[in-house]
Structure formats: structure tokens, C-alpha cells
Design a protein around this ligand. Sequence first.
Ligand code: GAL
Length: 974
Amino acid sequence: MSSSADRQLPSYPYYEDFSPGSGLLPPRAWVPASDAARLDLGGHWAFRLSPSATAHDESFADPGYDASGWDRVPVPAHWVLHGHGAPAYTNTRYPFPLDPPRVPDENPTGDHRHLFDLPADWPAEGTAVLRFEGVESCARVWLNGQLLGSFKGSRLPHEFAVGGVLRARGNVLAVRVHQWSSGSYLEDQDQWWLPGVFREVTLLHRPPGAVADFSVHAGYDHTDGTGTLRVDAEPAGRVLVPELGLELATGQSATVPVEPWTAETPRLYAAELVCAGERIPLRLGFRTVAVEDGVLRVNGRRVLFRGVNRHEFHPEHGRTLDRAVMRQDLLLMKRHNINAVRTSHYPPHPAFLDLCDELGLWVIDECDLETHGFHAVGWRGNPVDDERWTPALLDRAARMVERDKNHPSVVIWSLGNECGTGRGLTAMADWIRERDPSRPLHYEGDLSCADTDLYSRMYAWPEEVDQIGRRVEAPWGTPELDARRRAMPFLLCEYGHAMGNGPGGLSEYQRLFEAHERCQGGFVWEWIDHGLARRTPDGRPYFAYGGDFGEEMHDGNFVCDGLLFPDRTPSPGLVEYKKVIEPVRIVVDGAAGTVDITNSHDFLGLSHLAFGWEYAVEGAVLAAGPLAVPPLGPGESARLALPEPAEAGPGPGERLWTVRARLAEDTAWAPAGHLVAWGQCERPGEPDPAPGPAAVPRRTGRSIVLGPGTFDAATGTLASLAGLPVEGPRLDVWRAPTDNDNGADWQPDERYGVIWRELGLHRMRHRVDAVAVDGEELRVTVRVAPAATDLGLAVEYRWTAAGDRLRLAVAVTPQGDWSCPLPRLGLRLGVPAALGLARWYGGGPGEGYPDTLAAARVGRWTMPVDEMQTPYVRPQENGARPRVRWAELTAPDGTGLRVEGEPRFWFTARRWTSEELDAAEHTHELVPSPDTVWVNLDHGQQGIGSQSCGPGVLPVYRLMPAPAAFGFSFGAVR
Ligand code: GAL
């Protein structure tokens, strides 16, 4: 017979049990400021790191303990970013055995001690609360030797009542933090594992009669323009809204005309909650969110999310962000036409939501919950389907909703990310619905949508999104659930995987979002690269990623997949996204002399914008002026006549009309003149006059001279051009595979970056078959092919010269059974390193590839070659300027080389070869050649796509091998 002790459930220590914590106060609303005293306890705290949870006893919490020998760490911070231990990155894999709720003995544990006095003016009456905004992943807390309790839930606030223990002087706060806890099983988000007290710790005075909690209900009725306000508070008090002439008792409601809050018009009313013991300033935003007739509406209108997924990240401070960085993120978003944030995958610092209220962003507030790593074991043991975990899940839901309930910017609650399905999620959903019926619920991981109000997916192909938009997607689940889901609005909570170069194909999605009422936009994955700032031993800076900290298990640079580089410089992907989602569509028809303007805002008219037109020939602006645009409401369009500039008569040079919409006045997020949207249209000019009489190739010794070119007579290779030594040009098909070329290993489709390397496209061999002079032409035939296969490319180079120009016609014929696209198709040319300044007429100023060139504006651009490089954290193909008509590379003395494309080409110039770019794993490994600038003149480029975690390149952007003919003409710049 077994004893009762045998049958007892094992009892685990607090850091391994199922409970969310102990000794805590109930969660409540975030109060950024009130007239009650508060003390920021941040600073440099004494710190000791232990290798396990039990390496040291808890005597360090005794007030008399001698911690003078301890180190110091800043609070808030992650200790691994301050010289204790190291960060580690995994995507979905838990870096410890799956044995919930147990964690390994190797459990880095940080003991913290902080001594503080109360300020002299700290009120004698009342009590006090100790508040932690965020600790990863589990903390046990003592004040003056008394155990207060413990908690888990890293990105959620926790409070303890400390009035009875607090002293005027010599308080000793002791906090033990474990990197791993049962809570870690609920926090398997794709990011660095970064333990520590990483958000503020504050002591809050609670006067007698202080506000325990309050809920703001501020709805907007679009049918009559009124707002209805009710503030519930405990204890009761009064609410003052001077601007609306309102003074209400809490619990009482009033309806008055108001200006509504939207992300485009973030109108906030200053108000105050006054209770017997505390006054709290409020900022009210009136708005109503509803799902009606299968559409998500705010204030009665369908909204379109132009969103991003935002993790909290700073290259030096990890997830410890100050207000300035939060504001910088939001200014960058607003300036790039982004109107929505999903707080992937946890509630952000609460101040971020204040800024969203103020600057105007729609927010999906997501709970701190992901159990993705259980996928590896067929979801066995998944905490969200095991009721022992349900209290912890409900605790997380409550801490998010209670903290953030008063933000107008928060329009959707999200249960979490990638947890599979289970009863715990349903329990969370039920609780949230009951507590806050005013906001719809989101969760992507359950295709049945049983617990949600929205249908959400990640990385679906455009075809599928189109089906979903037409509500004809494949059935799923029971007929009832299927019908329910089919009647829901649709979001792509993640799409456009911005890892390395890319994402490609954003325009295709945007067209679907604009075509189908049901498709209410998406959220690009993700906002910022999580590269950690590091230096080489000799001091050169670079950004580190998974594996750079000696992790025994890691997921490499998959952590660098943002629209911003780690230092918050916008990547080309962000510039592209800004163009794709611009809230005004400008379509110029130069031939007809018209421009179509469509207002794609959801709420705003166009009066905040100033429109201007510009007329240029060959990139030189000849005339410009303002454009009067009628007041178009959201969704309205108008066709306007463009002025006919006097200079627009016939003549050589391409004609180019550009129409721009700029901010007419300063806003909270950008100054007047900030470019919001643009459109462009070109028309060919008259053909250039013939360059002069044709030259005939002449053989001199081992060379052939043709016009300004001197060739090696044996190989037919150009050796110098107008006296400049050159290498090549010769056919080139290789590019350093991008992260999106390589794809992710779980992707079902062909991954071309991998196939290219298997095929050997990075080591093509060139065999000259013939060098022939035929009249005015020098003809060189070559076969270009990789080893170990019979695939090849037959190439014919036909050189002619006229005047001071050398012309090259290239014909390429694929041989054999090619079944994959080529990385690129064009010429590679080496020119002297002195030619370090580029000037070109074509797409710019940044890079563009076939499916990422919406933002490339045609113009005349000048840029040092060094600045044409895009510093992807893991080096890869970058920097191509699309649709280039001509390009020049010049030395400081102004002399150099000019290339004209016949037809337009992709122009790339860099101080290393594609092979060197391919070999580098970090930016600092790229060493500029002292001798050569390598130039690629491409007829074709393979698209970019999003296959590092999503759809590959769409068929129309694939560079399938096919007979191709293209040409260039070369000349000197003097
Ligand atoms: C999603 C996940 C994100 C991130 C992304 C890939 O599946 O929700 O957290 O991992 O893939 O970067």
C-alpha cells in the first residue's frame, strides 16, 4: 500500500511551482503620475551572480548582511549586458529540457541589494506600495528582512504592500532573480534570453483615501458626434474635464459633443480623477471599437492597419528602454506612414502606450505568453492545455488588461503568440471578455478562432489572402466554427519577414488589403534587428547575434529581422514599406498631363498636406510649383490637370513628372515639409544623336584596340578603357545569398539560395571559345558554367566603337535543363579604387530589387561608393540601384568612367567582391580592396521575397534562365 506521502504531488520551490506568485496586490491601472509621492529606486544596486538557485542561502536579505564585496549593476538592466554571464538567443527551442514546470540546476541567479532612505518630505500618514514594472523571469523580494513574496510574468507589473515594513531611513531591499523558472515555459518568445530587473522599481506612497484602481470608459458615437464618459473608481471620487465643462461623480456618465480619438487624429482631453486622498491626471480619448458585419470598425469606419510588430530592443540595453527611445520608435513609425503596432509578444513598457495615445497608433496589446517550443514534442505538456497552469495564465491576462485598460490606443487584446491551442487560452479569453467587452480579442495560433473575434494569420501567401478576402478560404473546423470565422475581419498579424535584404512583395499584399474590405491590413515582422553592439578586440564595432556569445544552442541571425538596423537607422525595407502604405495614392500620367489623387486615410481629409509638382528633364528640375488639390474625404479621388511647363517641348532627355504630398504644418511627429507620399511618371525624350563615326578593331601585338578600348587579343578581355585599367567586364550570375534567398529550413518550397550553392553558381568557370574580328565588330564567345554539371550559359560579347564610346552587346543563351532562377544576370567589372564617387540617373537614393522597388524614385543621385552599401547585420547581397539609365564613377579629380545601359540596368558598386560579401558573417569582416571598386551592371536580378519566414519570391519576380540580350556603352568622364 502506498502511503499518503507517496500520493502527494511533489512540491516545488516558488520558482518552479505553477503559481504566478505570492504576497502580491491585485493588478490595477498604470498611473504615470499623481499627486501622491513616489520614489524611483533605480540606480546602482549591489549584485551577486550565482550559478544556481540554491548556491547561496537567503541570508543576503538580512538587513545586517555584509554585501560590501559585491559587484554593482545598474537597475533597471539585464545583468548579462553588464559583465555577468552572457545573453543567449533561441527562436522556438527552449534552452533547457522540456520537463515542465522544472528548470535545470544551472539557473543563473542574481541577488540584488539596495539601501535607501525615504525623502525628508515623504508623508508620515498612509501606506506604501513597492512596484516592479518588469523582472525576468522570477523574483523573490524582501524589505528590511521581511519576505514580501515572489512573482513571475517578466513583462508585467507586480506590487507589494510595504507600508508596515518601511522605515524613514536605512531600508534594505533585497531581490533574488532567477533566470529560469516555471514562468520561462510561458515566455518562449523568439528573442534573446535576458534576465534581470529590466524595468523600473518604484516606491509609491498611498495616502489615506488613495485611488486603488480606476477604469475609463470613453466611447464615441459617430452617428451624432457625441462622446460618453464614465470613470469607475475605487474609492469613489470626481472626474473633471475642464475643456468639456464636465464635472462628474465616478460611476456617473455624461454624453457631450467631442472630437473623437483615432490614430490619425489622436485627440486627447486633459482630465483629472479626484478622490479623497489622491488626484490623478488623465488623458481621455473618445473612441468605440466594434466588429460589425464582418468588419472591424473604429468610430463607425473600417480601419486599415499599416502595422509593425515591435519587440522592445536596444543594442546596448536589451529590453531596457528609456522614454526617449520609445518616442524615437514612434516618431520613426509615424514618419514612415505606420499607423499600428502589435506589441509582440508581451505588453510593452506602459509609458510606450501613453506615447501611442499621444502620437496616434492603433495598438494590439499582446499578453506575455508563448509556448512555441512545445511544438517540438507535438505540443505534449503544453501549459495552455493543462489546468495546473491556468491560474498563471489568468494572472497574466489580468495583469495586462488591468494595467493597460485605460489607453485609447489599445484597440485589440491579444492572448499571446504561438501557444498552440488549449483550455487555458479559452479561460483567458473568457476572463478578458467579461472584464472588458469593449475590445475585440486576437490570437493567431488557433485556426478555428474559437476564442477570438478576428481571424488572424501569419505569412500567408498572397493567393490565400485573396481567398480570405473573398471569404472563400478553405473550410476549417466544425461548420459552426467555420461559418463564424468566415464572418470575421481578417488580419495578417505577421507578414513581410524583414530579415536581411527585404522583405520583398509588400506591394502585392497592400493591393489585397485595399481590394478586400475583410482584409484590414497587416503587421510586418518586425520593427528592429536585435543585434547587440559589440567590438572586435581591436575596437571595431559590429552587431552580434545568436552564437556570438558561445551559446551551445542558438538560432544565429534569425534574431536580426527588423525594418530598423539595431542602431535604429531605417533599413531599405522600412523606406519601401513607407512607400507601399502611403496614405495618399498619387498616380501621374505624364502623357495625358493628369494626376489622380486618392485619399487613403481612414479619417483624415487632405488639408494637412501641401501638394507640389515638379518637371525634370534627365533628372534636372526645370519647373516646379504647388498643386491645388480639392478637399477629398477618406476614400475619395480626383483627377487633376498638371500644368504644362513651358520647357516641356520636344528635345533629348527623359521627361519626368513628380507629384509630392508633404506635411503643410509641423505635427507632433514630424516637421512641416516632411514627405508623406509621392508619384512619378516618365516619358522618353528624343533619341540621342549618333555618337560619331564607327571605329574598326586594330590588332597591335598581343592587343586589339577598338576606339577607346584595348583588349587582350587571346582572351578578348577588355584591359583598359580610355586609359583606365579595368578588369572585365564579364558575365556574372552570383550574388551573396540574402537571408530570404537562403530561406528557413522548415520552408516547404525550394530554397534558391541553397540550390544556387549546391549548383556551384558561386564558382562559375569561363571558357573562351572564340575571339574574332568581323568588320567593325570584335566578337568574343564564351561558355560560362559551374563544375560537375552540364548546365551552362553560352555568351556572346559583341564590341563596337563609335566616337569616344565603346559599345558592348551581350547575348546569353542557357544550355541544359535549368530549373531554378539565376541570382543575377549581368556583367561584373573591376575599376581602379580611386573611382570612389558614384553618380547615376535612375532609381534611388537607396537600393531596390524587383519586388522591393516601390520606393526607388527616379532622379539624378550622387553618393560615395562606400555609402551605397547597406550594412545588413549578416552581410549579404545589397546596394543595387534599380532602373538606372546611366552611371558614372569618378575619382577625386573628376575623371572616371561612364556607363549607359541599353536597356536600363541594376547598378551596384562595392569595394569587395560578391564572394567576399558572401564569406563575411559580420560587417567588420568586410575589408575594402585597396585596388578595386567592383561594379555589377545587371540586366536582371532575382526578386527578394520573404522566405526566411514566409512566402518565397513570387513567380513574376523570378529570374528564370532564358535567352537574353542587353548592352552597355562605356566612355570616359573627363
Ligand atoms: C513568427 C513568430 C515571431 C518570429 C517570427 C520569425 O512565427 O511569431 O515571434 O519568430 O515568426 O522571425
